[in-house]
Design a protein. Structure first.
Length: 146
């Protein structure tokens, strides 16, 4: 799919100005971060009590945190398999691959937890900080088959 985004003309403080158009480059969209961001953004429409247990809507800060994680992973990882709300206001992101599985949960306080499994091996889980480059590289390596 090809998409082009047009920007409105700038607001010039001059009385006599021409209307112009500005265009950014044409971007080819793949099954990369954009569909994942759209999937996460679609969860912003959930109302309070969406689960029948009194859970609040997912806060914009939680959605932003999930998108920050996707940007840290970049386009080299496999496409996001699933994004779902978690009772209490959290969000869970999942990647299912042939022999591996990664789950990252954005908790209601904005912290991140991950669970990673490889077929035939012990699972690994722990806290994930977006500033923890070593853990992020390891997870990206798992998801990009490196």
């Amino acid at each position: 799919m090809i998409a082009a985004y047009g920007l409105p003309p700038p607001e010039w403080p001059l009385h006599n100005h021409r209307t112009t158009s500005q265009w950014v480059d044409v971007i080819e969209l793949h099954d990369g971060p954009l569909p994942a961001v759209q999937a996460i953004a679609s969860l912003s429409t959930l109302p309070g009590n969406w689960d029948g247990l009194g859970s609040p809507p997912i806060a914009p800060t939680i959605l932003t945190r999930a998108i920050e994680l996707l940007t840290r992973f970049g386009a080299v990882v496999e496409p996001l398999s699933h994004a779902s709300p978690v009772s209490g206001g959290g969000l869970q992101l999942e990647w299912y691959l042939r022999d591996r599985y990664l789950e990252v949960e954005v908790l209601p306080d904005g912290s991140l937890q991950y669970l990673f499994e490889v077929a035939g091996q012990e699972s690994e889980e722990g806290a994930l900080l977006l500033t923890d480059i070593d853990t992020l590289r390891k997870l990206v390596g798992y998801l990009s088959h490196r």
